[in-house]
Design a protein around this ligand. Sequence first.
Ligand code: 13P
Length: 249
Amino acid sequence: MRRPIIAGNWKMNNTASEGAALVAAIKPLVKDAKCDVVVCVPAIDIPAVRKAVRGSKIRLGAQNVHFAEKGAYTGEISANMLKEYGVQYVIIGHSERRQYFGETDETVNKRTLAALAAGLTPIVCIGETLEERESGKTNEVLSRQIEKDFAGVEDLSKLVVAYEPIWAIGTGRTATAEQANETIGFIRKRMKKIYAGKNAGRMRIQYGGSMNAGNCKELMAMPEIDGGLIGGASLKAPDFAAIVNFDKE
Ligand code: 13P
């Protein structure tokens, strides 16, 4: 059995004090959560949110990490710096980073290996554009990302994959539960084939893209979907809590 994991991606929203207040509001609402609960926050919010999550089930995540251990990389943050602040998870290769910040499959791979080496759990994002889906290239694009992004990973159960179809991010247009289930099933099959003997069957795969309080139950009921990476809806305590509590009445 793969334990469900619901993670919020705050993106560039919430100052440190706003983030601490949001966590304070979420905390009592998720105290009976049966799944792993993570908030991935802007780097500068980490100290305040770390304090705010104390005594709760909420774990701390970052939104990016540099691949070098240290050195002349102005403006960057290393895996060890995150670790020292109690960060356990880190989003890598989000489509916004691929689109706006020159992230490539090669740098995603380097970041993933660096995060794993430091003992962080990477949440590696993959997904296709609308154009790629409409021209029937979804599986080809995902296969390429799978081959490159996870090269050299010894134990795939130590990371989380987020399948985020780019056309569903922030658009209100969710993949149907069937579409998401089918594509995530394909990702798992490819992983098992390409990385035989690397624990791909135990790797958790989330869905991300306009997931909210209204559609989370249907998505989470699908056998291949192990969790969600939530953008907009993670910024409102009741909405995020409703997703975390997807298994309750
Ligand atoms: P939305 O939930 O706002 O569509 O964002 C999804 C996402 O990009 C999470 O990483």
